[in-house]
Design a protein around this ligand. Structure first.
Ligand code: HEC
Length: 125
């Protein structure tokens, strides 16, 4: 059988998905750099909310529960506890994972960036 370009894409995609489900560990330092893309809306200080809620302690916290932040009803209703895998999935496609949420951020295309940011967020406690 001759390998065609589309077959290569299918192959690449399945490798990407397998990688994602294995949950590689991210790098805290690189995640800190990626956080520059979140910092216009999110603080890492406890209780300091901006356009978005403070992300201090977000890993292990139930979605939609940072004190003093007015969430969309979609995020409150989502109600799951953030863990590194869930944050990574949310950041891949915020509008699909939590339909109707009000974070106007298109998402992070790179799985490596998402793993790194999840590692960084895990350190904020
Ligand atoms: C343009 C502003 C903006 C940017 C940029 C942004 N966010 Fe958000 N984010 C929000 C808003 C607003 C919410 C609250 C959503 C809601 O209530 O529906 C939110 C919610 C979240 C939540 C859920 C928090 C909770 O308490 O349940 C996480 C996690 C999150 N953002 C992570 C990130 C990360 C990581 C980045 C950068 C890669 C990022 N966001 C970039 C505005 C932003």
């Amino acid at each position: 059988m001759k390998l065609r370009p589309w077959m290569m894409s299918v192959l690449a995609l399945s490798i990407t998905l397998a990688d994602a489900s294995r949950g590689r560990a991210g790098s805290l330092e690189s995640g800190k750099a990626v956080f520059a893309r979140c910092a216009s809306c999110h603080s890492t200080r406890p209780g300091q909310n901006g356009v978005g809620p403070s992300l201090f302690g977000v890993i292990g916290r139930r979605a939609g529960t940072a004190p003093g932040f007015r969430y969309s009803s979609a995020m409150t209703a989502f109600g799951r506890v953030w863990d590194p895998g869930l944050v990574s999935a949310y950041l891949a496609d915020p509008k699909t994972v939590v339909p109707g949420n009000k974070m106007t951020f298109p998402g992070l295309k790179s799985a490596q960036d998402r793993d790194n940011i999840a590692a960084y967020l895990s350190s904020l406690k």
